[in-house]
Design a protein around this ligand. Structure first.
Ligand code: GLC
Length: 583
């Protein structure tokens, strides 16, 4: 959930926590187990709240601490869990620590909480190294010292108002521990850890061979870079995925485990090769890590199959669940990424049904379930620092962050009674929640697939569908294994088509042989999926042994079982189940 764009309760044009509470029944009806909210903490909002000035308070634009408490309670009252964001890589330059730092001398305790260095060149006018900000421009900004002279530089991997913290400094560690406990004490069920792989920096005074290329490679909204170029640049990033981050998460894990209930953590750590991601979810570290393979994937059978095999093999090596992400607040929306319009929507429905049948956790970005596309935004309304720091060369992420259309017919589709902070396309009338109350809508498909997924694969949260009672202390029935698993990153090349080796039963899928461009797999003995990723209509015979399978869900109305075959129109996915499982 991107709360600024979810629902506005007070007419200021921006979503807020009271707005989220007002729509929790909608969220519950979608069938999800939990919500994750991006930051709502005190912030000047130069980067959508990821520039945190006080992580233990709520920004007035979102409400107050008591609204946050009410939200936690209202979420639990509906049998949902709530995950909040934590942003440990940087603080806003409005944070009291940064203000102290610039009002102190070089080498002081206050400066040591960040990365302040002298510049190079005769007068220190050249930044300490050539790193670029991921949002464009230099990763260093020079301050004025107290005597008015040009002074030291501070590191910011993102906007210049997001100063990177020095995790070698114990005060930084203690302060984050305090923040974790603050929200855990308030009852949150877990954290999404922003830039989790970035906390520890190495070779900070060493130049990079291609700093501009590197930062573009690191951005999910940049799509004009070849996969080969991207992978070569991402293979070694001096400020990401350093060994030291793991010690921090081992410590955090102990904090999570010291609280009742299964408090959880999910890392935003886009690391390369992806096999290194599993190191964040070893049994004594974090619980989940976002898998970004599908976030950049085309609707391409070979790529998807390889990504699925690789992911399942990798996570099973550390006994962690897989995760699947089709969209988030940093990337173009799925429908847009797959070409937009009716064709994009058709592919997106098929890709969503494929994803929803996979073992593990699914993260859905608000509006994805409505089939929204990125909105066109006039440059003068853009707010993303990426747009400004690249001088408009990259448009940034605002297109995916446009507020949710709730009610067709109401001004701004009922999102706000004021002026929305980003303009909402008039064409969204038919995509508004109120317009999707039909059984064949995009929203209905998401509701059905999420509900069926629970029944078919026995995915579970601690609260069943019908249980609306508060359950604060879910039981942990999985024995804890404190021994860190093998550190060695596993080889990336799929050994075998079907990732059976070492994959526990519940993670197992087995591929069915199909013509090129078609994906088909079984889960257990009662579920089969077919995805037609080609431009052609296809009929594929079912084996005799599968003749008692019937269709349970289809991404397009023409996909169906016909006699002893499955009929698959172009870009469609069909779920089949044995008769005893179909309702
Ligand atoms: C993460 C967030 C993104 C933010 C960045 C800097 O990638 O998802 O929105 O801009 O971190 O905090």
């Amino acid at each position: 959930m991107y709360p600024r764009s979810f629902k506005d309760s007070n007419g200021d044009g921006e979503g807020d926590l009271a707005g989220v509470i007002s729509q929790l029944d909608y969220v519950k009806a979608l069938g999800v187990d939990a919500i994750w909210l991006s930051p709502f903490y005190t912030s000047p909002n130069n980067d959508g709240g990821y520039d945190v000035a006080n992580p233990r308070d709520v920004d007035p634009r979102f409400g107050s601490i008591s609204d946050a408490e009410a939200l936690i309670e209202a979420t639990h009252a509906r049998g949902l869990r709530i995950i909040v964001d934590i942003v440990p890589n940087h603080f806003s330059t409005e944070h009291q620590w940064f203000k102290e730092a610039i009002n102190s001398l070089p080498g002081s305790k206050a400066r040591n909480r960040f990365h302040f260095y002298d510049g190079r060149g005769a007068n220190g006018e050249i930044p300490p190294n050539n790193w670029c900000s991921i949002f464009g421009g230099s990763a260093w900004t020079r301050i004025k010292e107290l005597d008015g002279t040009a002074g030291q530089w501070y590191l910011h991997l993102f906007d210049s108002t997001q100063a990177d913290l020095n995790w070698e400094n114990n005060e930084v560690r203690l302060d984050f521990e305090k923040t974790l406990r603050f929200w855990l004490d308030k009852g949150v069920d877990g954290f999404r850890i922003d830039v989790a792989h970035g906390l520890v920096k190495e070779e900070i005074l060493t130049d990079h061979r291609d700093p501009e290329g590197l930062t573009r490679a690191l951005r999910l909204d940049v799509s004009d870079m070849s996969r080969v170029d991207r992978e070569s640049l991402l293979s070694d990033v001096p400020f990401f995925d350093r060994e030291g981050v793991h010690e921090i998460y081992r410590h955090w894990r102990k904090i999570f485990d010291s609280y009742p209930g299964q408090r959880m953590s999910v890392a935003e750590a886009w690391v390369h090769p992806s096999s290194r991601a599993t190191r964040y979810v070893r049994s004594d570290e974090l619980h989940q890590i976002f898998n970004f393979d599908f976030l950049i994937a085309e609707w391409d059978a070979d790529f998807l199959k390889t990504a699925i095999n690789k992911t399942l093999r990798e996570v099973s090596a550390v006994d962690a669940p897989a995760t699947w992400v089709l969209c988030n607040h940093d990337s173009p929306r799925l429908v847009t990424r797959l070409g937009g319009g009716e064709q994009g929507r058709r592919k997106a429905r098929a890709m969503a049904l494929l994803t929803h049948a996979l073992p593990g956790g699914i993260y859905i970005f608000q509006g994805e379930e409505l089939g929204l596309e990125d909105a066109a935004i006039p440059d003068e309304r853009r707010q993303d620092p990426v747009f400004f720091r690249t001088h408009g060369a990259d448009k940034g992420r605002d297109g995916a962050r446009v507020p949710i259309p709730w009610s067709a017919g109401l001004p701004h589709f009922g999102f706000t009674s004021g002026e929305p902070w980003l303009p909402m396309p008039a064409a969204w009338e038919s995509l508004a929640v109120s317009s999707q109350d039909t059984s064949d809508s995009y929203l209905a498909l998401y509701r059905k697939s999420i509900a069926m997924r629970r029944d078919l694969f026995n995915t579970h949260s601690n609260t069943s569908k019908d249980d609306t009672s508060k359950d604060d202390t879910p039981k942990d029935d999985t024995p804890k294994d404190d021994t860190p698993k093998d550190d060695t990153p596993k080889d990336d090349t799929p050994k075998d088509d079907t990732p059976k080796d070492d994959v526990p039963k519940e993670l197992e899928i087995s591929w069915i042989e199909t013509p090129h461009g078609v994906l088909a797999f079984r889960r257990g003995d009662h579920f089969i999926l077919y995805s037609n990723v080609t431009d052609n209509e296809l009929d594929i015979a079912l084996s005799e042994a599968d003749s008692d399978f019937a269709q349970v869900l289809a991404s397009s109305p023409e996909a169906r079982v016909q006699g002893n075959a499955v009929h698959l129109p172009a870009h469609s996915t069909l779920w089949l189940s044995r008769t005893k499982f179909t309702s």
